[in-house]
Design a protein around this ligand. Structure first.
Ligand code: G3H
Ligand code: 13P
Ligand code: ZN
Length: 305
């Protein structure tokens, strides 16, 4: 069934597990994610970025996710990194049950002002709002302490922001970054900073850029020609620590993209006579499903629906 994010994230933070939020752009990703959620009896957040909305069209995405949500597990239809207020308004009016307003690159006052506007629109329709404070950046890119403090989420500012905006969940920057190249050297998240944030902000905390860049999936993709070099993700141990300290929603895009790429490369290589796209897509689909299931086990959301 379709649910708001608030409904499934508040219990998650309380019971110290996290709900996975997977980015989808098309039917293949959606089918894999839903099949994993049903198998694992896990609540799930299906999120579409502005890029996904441009690619597939909001109407197509909404229609597909509505159908997918006709199931026993709770499903949230969420806008990821909404920066354009018009798109967010359209999503609220089209049946999304949750939206993220991402004003993290704006000055504080403007971020607050826009987030408040979105919260007001969303409340009228019972839609949840995720907001963001702090800028995602790999910790290794931030060399000095001053630089870290300027970019990563400031705990006191996060508390003030949450109070002022009345958002339902808060995305924070503690050293993760988007994509497959998260760390140059040793992987490291600022869990100490997260602990401080979590003591001051009672809301479900959201971790973006949380893909693990799974070694076996990376190897499979490389075996069939992908060139992924120093691609490196967040360690499982850091994910677990983050969940212990208030993270209740974890965003995963890269790990599914990687699984899709590996599966497609293998199928195209191994099935040179096949031209039926459904047969070429099937291994990619199964691998994405398996990766999604691994996340549900790791995050502790399995069995929580
Ligand atoms: O955080 C960004 C997500 O990975 C979505 O990426 O904008 O390429 O769809 P995208
Ligand atoms: P990854 O690139 O680590 O999968 O992060 C995705 C994300 O944060 C989407 O908002
Ligand atoms: Zn993100």
């Amino acid at each position: 069934m379709l649910e708001t994010a608030k409904k499934i994230l508040v219990p998650a933070r309380r019971a110290k597990y996290a709900v996975p939020a997977f980015n989808v752009n098309d039917l293949e990703f959606l089918k894999a994610v839903m099949s994993a959620a049903e198998k694992m009896k896990s609540p799930v957040i299906v999120q579409t970025s502005e890029g996904a909305i441009q690619y597939a069209g909001m109407d197509y995405l909404v229609a597909m996710i509505r159908v997918a949500a006709k199931t026993k597990v709770p499903v949230v239809m969420h806008v990821d990194h909404g920066k354009d207020l018009k798109t967010i308004k359209a999503a609220i009016d089209s049946g999304y049950t949750s939206v993220m307003y991402d004003g993290s690159s704006l000055p504080y006052a403007e971020n607050v002002q826009n987030t408040k506007k979105v919260v007001a629109w969303a409340r009228r329709k019972g839609v949840s709002v995720e907001a963001e404070i702090g800028a995602l950046a790999g910790i290794e890119d931030l060399v000095s302490v001053a630089e870290k403090d300027a970019k990563l989420t400031n705990p006191a500012e996060a508390a003030r922001f949450a109070k002022e905006t009345r958002c339902d969940s808060l995305a924070v920057a503690i050293g993760t970054s988007h994509g497959a190249f998260k760390f140059k050297g040793k992987t490291h998240l600022d869990i100490k900073r997260l602990k401080k944030i979590a003591t001051l902000v009672p809301l479900p905390i959201v971790l973006h850029g949380a893909s693990g860049v799974l070694e076996d999936v990376k190897e499979l993709a490389e075996k069939y020609g992908a060139k992924l070099g120093e691609a490196r993700g967040v360690l499982d141990a850091d994910i677990k620590a983050a969940i212990r300290h208030g993270v209740a929603k974890i965003n995963i895009d890269t790990d599914l993209r990687l699984a899709f790429t590996a599966g497609i490369r293998e199928a195209v290589h191994d099935l040179p006579k096949v031209i039926d796209p459904r047969k070429l897509l099937e291994p990619a689909n199964l691998l994405m499903r398996e990766v999604a299931m691994r996340k549900m086990r790791l995050f502790g959301s399995a069995g929580r629906s």
